[in-house]
Design a protein around this ligand. Structure first.
Ligand SMILES: Nc1ncnc2c1ncn2[C@@H]1O[C@H](COP(=O)(O)OP(=O)(O)OP(=O)(O)O)[C@@H](O)[C@H]1O
Ligand SMILES: [Mg+2]
Length: 251
C-alpha cells in the first residue's frame, strides 16, 4: 500500500534519513521505532509532504507521492497526527475535528471560524458525531483545547485524522504523555480502526504498546533502517538490543 524507496533527507550538513526503504502492507499495523533523533518524524513528514527528500520516492497505491502537496495527500486518503499536538486553540473540539475534513481542508479553517457549527451540512455533522463517538469525546464537542486533559487532546487529534475517512493513518507518538489507562484506550482505538480496514503506520516509544499491536516493525537508528520484522524478530535482534541498551546507558 505504501512503499518508501531510497528516501534521503538532509538538513544542512545533517543527514536525518539515509536511503530508507520500507513497505507498509494494506490492512496492517506497522510500527516505526528507534531512538530519539532516528529520523522517524522526518520520514512521516516526507510521506505527508511536509518536507522534501533530496533523493527517493514514496508510492502509495502505486502512485508517486513526492510530486504532491500536503493538501493533496489528504484527498489520497492519508492522514496523520502530530508528535506535538497541533490543534487550534481558538476552535472548540467540534471545529477542530471539522478542520480535518477532506472537502474543506483549505477553506475549512476559515469557514469554521466565520460560520460556526449551525451551517455544517448534515453529512458533515453526522461524520463528526460518528468519530467523536468512536473516540468517546462526544460530550466534549463544545470544549476548547485549553479545557481538556492531554489524553482527551490526543483523542481529538485522532478524531480529526479520522474525519477524512483515510485508508492510511500515520500516528506520531500517540501514547506519549499518556498514563497506563489512557494508553490502553488508545490501543483499543487502534485495533478498532484497524478492524475497519484502515492501515496504520505508528511511531511510538511505548514498547509494550508497539509489541502488542504491531504486525510488523521497522527499526531506525541515525536515519537508517537497522532491522525489520515481526515483534518477536525485532525484539531478539542483537543490533536492536544494542541500540536500545546504548540509549538507556546514555539516559
Ligand atoms: N527541521 C529540522 N531542521 C534541522 N534538523 C532537523 C529538523 N527536523 C529534524 N531534524 C534533525 O533530524 C534528525 C531526525 O529527527 P526526527 O525528528 O526525525 O527524529 P525522531 O526519530 O522523530 O526522534 P524522536 O523520537 O525524538 O521524535 C535529528 O537529528 C533532528 O535534530
Ligand atoms: Mg519524532
Amino acid at each position: 500500500m505504501l512503499e518508501v524507496k531510497g528516501i534521503t533527507v538532509k538538513f544542512g550538513g545533517l543527514t536525518a534519513v539515509k536511503n530508507m526503504d520500507m513497505t507498509v502492507e494494506k490492512g496492517k499495523i506497522h510500527s516505526l521505532i528507534g531512538p530519539n533523533g532516528a529520523g522517524k518524524t522526518t520520514l512521516f513528514n516526507v510521506i505527508t509532504r511536509v518536507i522534501n527528500p533530496v533523493e527517493g520516492e514514496v508510492y502509495y497505491k502505486g502512485e508517486p507521492l513526492i510530486k504532491l502537496s500536503a493538501e493533496e495527500i489528504i484527498s489520497r486518503k492519508i492522514s496523520r497526527t502530530f508528535q506535538n499536538l497541533q490543534l487550534f486553540n481558538g476552535m472548540n473540539v467540534y471545529e477542530n475535528i471539522y478542520s480535518g475534513y477532506v472537502n474543506n481542508y483549505k477553506k475549512g479553517i476559515f469557514s469554521v471560524l466565520l460560520k460556526k457549527n449551525k451551517n455544517f451540512d448534515s453529512e458533515t455533522r453526522e461524520k463528526i458525531l460518528y468519530v467523536s463517538e468512536l473516540l468517546q469525546i462526544k460530550n466534549r464537542l463544545g470544549s476548547y483545547p485549553s479545557q481538556l486533559s492531554y489524553g482527551l487532546l490526543k483523542r481529538v487529534e485522532i478524531a480529526r485524522a479520522l474525519i477524512s475517512d483515510p485508508d492510511l493513518l500515520l500516528f506520531d507518538e500517540p501514547a506519549a504523555g499518556l498514563n497506563h489507562t489512557e494508553t490502553s484506550e488508545v490501543e483499543d482505538i487502534f485495533e478498532l480502526v484497524n478492524r475497519q480496514g484502515k492501515t496504520i503506520l505508528l511511531v511510538e516509544h511505548d514498547m509494550a504498546l508497539v509489541m502488542k499491536v504491531s504486525d510488523k516493525i521497522t527499526v531506525m537508528s541515525f536515519g537508517e533502517k537497522i532491522a525489520e520484522g515481526t515483534p518477536a524478530e525485532v525484539a531478539n535482534d542483537p543490533q536492536v538490543i544494542r541500540v536500545y541498551l546504548g540509549e538507556r546507558e546514555d539516559a
